[in-house]
Design a protein around this ligand. Sequence first.
Ligand code: 5GP
Ligand code: MN
Length: 337
Amino acid sequence: MNFEFINFELANNLVICVHVNPDGDAIGSALALKHYLERKGKQATIIVPNIFPDFLKWLPGADSILVYTNNKHKEQAKTAIGQADLVIVCDLNQPNRLGYMEEDIMQSKAPRILIDHHLDPDTNFCGVIMSHPEMCATGEVICHLLSEQGELDSISQDEATCLYTAMMCDTGAFSFNSNRPVIYEYISHLLARGIDKDQIYRNVFWTASEGRLRLLGYLLYVNMKVLHERRTTIITLTNEERRRFKVKNGDTEGIVNIPLTVLGMRLSIFINEDTEHPGIMKLSLRSVGDFPCDQMALRFFGGGGHKNASGGKLQCTMPEAVEKVKAAIDSYADMLK
Ligand code: 5GP
Ligand code: MN
């Protein structure tokens, strides 16, 4: 394992970057690495392609994150990339997942390290690949690396908080993709570093705005279509509705999982009009059991992901997107019976 690369004298000015529409695993993992590297005397700058949800802003160090699409951060981000002697790429498996910052990162002369848990990583865009698709989160990959280095018991409380948040977010608070016992061994080490896991849970999952609650009611009551014979639900959200409900960044997080609480449902698809690019429909897919969301996203929506959670995009109107999604669902009729 090549974690030494990060740990050692080779690099002093690091850039840590993550995927577009960063989630709790991306932000938690990046912040854990930043705290770790700074404790080792390095400089580390986190740059994310676009804004991240408000429910992650309490994380220690979150206010230092540079948002590439924020004009106030752009210069600083470009300078950091230009001066970097090592780039750590987190929680993604293909360079195009870097979104708006793909070109800058790929043109940087600094060597790149990938730390990730997605299937089938592109093996050409980073010199060192630490890919563990069997792990629940990039946060777990980092716990594993720290554990191998004998460092898991000397991390700071902030590092531990960020790592716990990363794993908690990618497993729905340890409710899916989280049966491997070693995850709980890591958690016991993190608890010993003084994290407050109950508070972390409340900060992330139990802090809805009034807007989110009303939007949730509307989406489930008015917009959700249930295709009973396909055991699938489709929820749509346009930018016009977003404005009407004063939807804030992060307010839609997790809503795609809710239809799967209906007994017998196998697949839930959320079609979200892109706030930054109206006319692009962003899809989120979630399944229970063996239904391969990643295959569907790859075949029909130019995306990918994991077996039970994937995403992709369509360039069309919302009604067209709904028709395309229905056609994709029909082509899996056998598996959705
Ligand atoms: P979410 O629904 O939370 O946006 O995405 C769920 C998972 O699907 C992500 O963790 C990521 O692995 C994958 N994913 C989402 N959007 C895309 C995409 O456009 N391309 C690819 N390759 N994967 C995606
Ligand atoms: Mn992840």
